[in-house]
Write a protein that binds this ligand. Structure first.
Ligand code: ADP
Ligand code: MG
Length: 349
């Protein structure tokens, strides 16, 4: 037997005998959330995404994000949205509790970014989470600290503030998979960019390590896409705007990077389906097809495309982070995008 303390041997033999037969037990609730967190909370930016989506679902007009130590020490998202009344604060942190859907019919028609009721519970299961909120009906704000479960009166304007502290305190092993604070902050800011591009009417402000790194006022969609694509004035002028207008079932609009500006590595490419950022094979292929005649095959153009489609023609409930979608008629969607955009680009000269 290799060297090992008697203690270790004892533990190993106990495990071995237990492996023979352990009775089936339901998982404790917190453990279920921690398992879900393992899947959804890959890095600080994943928390940022969930908190921003919640703020947008609450019809906020202004959203602020603050991150410290790349989000590992602290992530704070504050909004001026609808808020949560005090008697529902605990439910907000409860798994599978949501205000967004009530039935399968509502799931199939869902317009909100969230609907699973899992994000806050997952986050609170792996990090201290302080939820402070004030709805229109409340005379003052209330706060709930996930570590104590206590709800207390607090000060604060209408809206919600979620603070996530020491994200990896309980799971230091996970922290080892993360990159430097600067890189993680970059991921969080990119996540905000993705979310914010689809919500031009909302103003955003981001502070990282005490520094304001992004401040976008309420804008038109074209202005916001230009801000989001980080286009300098010159590049911004070369972007080609298009809009199919509302047809019976869909609308396709956005800005296309001029083929002459294409680069050898993949640049800013954003695709949204019903306001949700997606990374989808079919849509990527449709974009490649659209550019095929005007672009050298190993160059990558930048673009930002919004596809709005009747909710019953698309299923968003196929991926926990909802990066993928499933269309009722994928080929029709592919052809529509490829043909429409090839046509736009043909005119670009
Ligand atoms: P989901 O977004 O899928 O419903 P979450 O765990 O993200 O699940 O949030 C749970 C609930 O908490 C939401 O359904 C919503 O009612 C409430 N909530 C969360 N964040 C906010 C916010 N920023 N403003 C208002 N309500 C919020
Ligand atoms: Mg949510």
């Amino acid at each position: 037997h290799p060297v090992g303390s008697p203690n270790k041997d004892l533990i190993m033999s106990e495990q071995a005998s237990e492996a023979a037969r352990r009775s089936i037990l339901p998982l404790p609730d917190v453990l279920i959330s921690q398992i879900a967190a393992g899947e959804v909370i890959e890095r600080p930016a994943s928390v940022v995404k969930e908190l921003l989506e919640n703020a947008l679902d609450a019809a906020s007009r202004h959203i602020e994000l603050r991150i410290e130590d790349g989000g590992m020490q602290r992530i704070v998202v504050s909004d001026d949205g609808n808020g949560i009344p005090p008697d529902e604060l605990a439910l907000a942190l409860t798994r599978h509790a949501t205000s967004k859907i009530r039935s399968l019919e509502e799931l199939e028609q869902v317009h909100s970014l969230g609907f699973r009721g899992e994000a806050l519970a997952s986050i609170a299961s792996v990090a201290r989470t302080i939820l402070r909120s004030r709805s229109t009906q409340d005379e003052h704000a209330w706060s709930l600290d996930s570590t104590t479960g206590e709800i207390e009166p607090a000060s604060g304007a209408k809206g919600t503030r979620v603070e996530v502290i020491d994200l990896y305190a309980a799971t230091p092993a996970r922290r080892k998979f993360l990159k430097s604070a600067a890189t993680e902050a970059g991921h969080s800011i990119e996540e905000l960019r993705r979310v914010a591009i689809a919500h031009p009417e909302v103003s955003f402000r981001v502070q990282s390590e005490q520094r304001v790194v992004l401040a976008w006022p309420s804008q038109t969609w074209q202005q916001r896409v230009r801000s989001g694509m980080g286009a300098d004035a010159d590049h911004a002028d070369s972007l080609i705007a298009f809009d199919s207008g509302d047809t019976a079932v869909l609308r396709l609009y956005g800005l296309l990077g001029h083929p002459e500006r294409a680069k050898s590595r993949s640049d800013k490419q954003y695709f949204y389906v019903n306001g949700r950022f997606v990374r989808d094979r079919l849509l990527q292929a449709a974009m490649r097809q659209a550019y095929r005649d005007v672009l050298h095959h190993d160059l990558q153009a930048s673009w930002c495309v919004f596809l709005n489609i009747a909710p019953e023609l698309v299923d968003v409930n196929v991926h926990p982070s909802k990066f993928e979608v499933r269309f009722r008629d994928p080929q029709a969607v592919f052809r529509f995008i490829a043909l429409q955009l090839a046509d736009v680009l043909k005119g670009s000269g």
